[in-house]
Every structure is written in C-alpha cells, then in structure tokens.
Write a protein that binds this ligand. Sequence first.
Ligand code: FE2
Length: 155
Amino acid sequence: MNAMGRTFMNPPLENPLTLLEAEIERLKGDGVKMMMVDFHAEATSEKIAMGRALDGKVSLVVGTHTHVQTADDTIFPGGTAYLTDAGMCGPEVSVLGREVDSVVWRFRTGLPTRFPVAKGPVRLCGVMVDVDEETGSAKSIERFSRLIAEESAAE
Ligand SMILES: [Fe+2]
C-alpha cells in the first residue's frame, strides 16, 4: 500500500459507468439534450454493455481504440445510436497504421523494433448520426469507410 492508501496490484479505480451516469445527469440539469459518448476501450463486451446501459440517456455511444470498424451500427429501443467501434483513419496498407513489414517482423522474431507510420492511400472511417434536437434521440446512424486516393488526400 502506498502513502495514498492504494495498493498497486488492485488500485481503487473509478467505475466508468457510474461516473458517466452522474455526468449525464449533471449535463441534463444544465439543459444539454444531445450527448455523444466516445468509449475508448478494448473489449467489445464492455462497449456493448456501456451502450445498452446508456440507452435513452445519450444520443450516441461509439467505441474507439481497436482501429477496426464494426458492422453493428444500430439505434437501441431507447433512442441511442450505437456502434461498437468507429474504425481508423489512416494508411490502408498497414497494421493499425504502421508499416506492415516491421510489425510482421516483430511478431515473427519477438524482438523490439520501430513501427514507422505506413505510407500510401488512407482509409477514412467514422459514423454519422442524425439527432432530434428537441429530444436528443437518434433518428439515423450511418457508418462509413472510404478509401481516399493519394492525390486527393494531398490536396
Ligand atoms: Fe487506444
């Protein structure tokens, strides 16, 4: 246990769901109607659970972090738009944006190396949501994944 009374093996972390619910209530009290939650997390189960828990409380729950867009865009019964992961904006021929050869070499050898940012055309991934300004409920959700030609990306 350290001087602050915390253990290093099991630190007392705040619960993101209860913190979010309290913050949402505070914002609603200030008159905010449209809210978006970007849930930066690894596990799809955590993101889905967060989306379901916040259904009807916010306009959109969208996950980030994995770099890989999911295909589960939907509007939950309470009116919250949801997507488990929005995907990456970055080089198409890459491993999560890094040069393929260096990442493959790392996995093959287990030795440390640099991971330069890959070059070439980029893919733009994301999500567009239409929200009712009066209620904060989502009216539609559309994910997109577009390859941007190198020439137009440089403009
Ligand atoms: Fe991340």
